[in-house]
Structure formats: C-alpha cells, structure tokens
Design a protein around this ligand. Structure first.
Ligand code: CMP
Length: 141
C-alpha cells in the first residue's frame, strides 16, 4: 500500500469546541501521523483560492465566511493510504449522514460546519498542501 500525505483542516466550529486534541487522537489511533501543523485564521483570498472549485455554488460565500471566521488547525497527515483513510475517519460530508464514531458525526453541526476537511484525491492533496505548507515545513514525514 502506498505511503501518502494528505491535507486536513480542523474547522472553526471544532476549534471552538476545544476538540483539536480529540480529533488528532483519532488520526493517530488510525495510523496517521501529523507531518506538519499550524493554527491560523485563513486570509479570505487564500480561502477563496482553496475552495475555487466551489466558486459557482450557491453556498460559496457562506463557506468562505465560515472558514475565515476563526482559527483553524491546518495539518499535513502522513501514513499508509492516508487520503482514503482520512476520509473514512471523517465520515460523510453531511454530519447527519456520517457513520457512528466518525469525526463529522461526533463533532459536525451541519453540512457547512462539518468539523473537518480532508483532500479527496492525490491531485487535491498536492494542490491543497502547497497552498498552506512549504516542503520544508513537512518536518515529520
Ligand atoms: P469540505 O470537505 O471542506 O469541502 C467543501 C465544503 O463545502 C464541504 O466540506 C462542506 O462543508 C461545504 N458544502 C458542501 N455542500 C454544501 C451545501 N450544500 N451547503 C453548504 N455547504 C456545503
């Protein structure tokens, strides 16, 4: 199985709930390790670039407002099959449809405020990681 690095965000609603540690514990228990991390408030222009594929969607403005509304935890997660594994740990995009025990079931409030983001493919992971991290910041791969 391939070793991969994926991009993860602990969103503002989960940071407000003070569950950064609980979320990272789930990643670690499931074989992922934190390769890089920083707490930040994402600048609006950077957030719009990050979510560019959703630009035409009706929820785009709301999504950017929420994601820039407070601190988030930006992370690179490394491990075997990290992209798929992370998506399994997160659960379905809509917390109401997420399986028991997944991060979005545990900590998500709504489709928009769904606690965590994770890259959906190797191409997305590469693009997203580059927006927020330099290669020299990947200190624990
Ligand atoms: P995320 O994994 O961060 O990628 C895009 C985000 O858009 C997604 O999680 C959701 O939080 C949000 N999103 C997707 N569909 C909708 C929707 N129909 N209404 C509001 N937000 C949405």
């Amino acid at each position: 199985m391939a070793m991969e690095t994926t991009f993860s965000i602990i969103k503002p609603n989960a940071v407000k709930k003070n569950v950064i540690g609980a979320i990272i514990e789930k990643f670690e228990e499931n074989g992922l390790k934190v390769a890089a991390a920083k707490l930040a408030v994402i600048p609006r222009a950077q957030c719009e670039e990050f979510y560019a594929e959703h630009k035409e969607r009706p929820f785009f403005g709301e999504l950017v407002d929420f994601m820039t509304s407070g601190p988030v935890m930006l992370m690179a997660l490394h491990g075997e099959n990290a992209i798929t594994r992370n998506r399994e740990i997160m659960g379905a995009t809509n917390p109401a449809e997420a399986a028991e025990g997944t991060l979005r079931k545990l900590y998500g409030d709504s489709m928009g405020e769904n606690a965590v983001h994770g890259s959906d493919s190797p191409a997305s992971a590469e693009r997203e990681l580059k927006i927020f991290f330099t290669s020299s910041e990947m200190v624990n791969k």
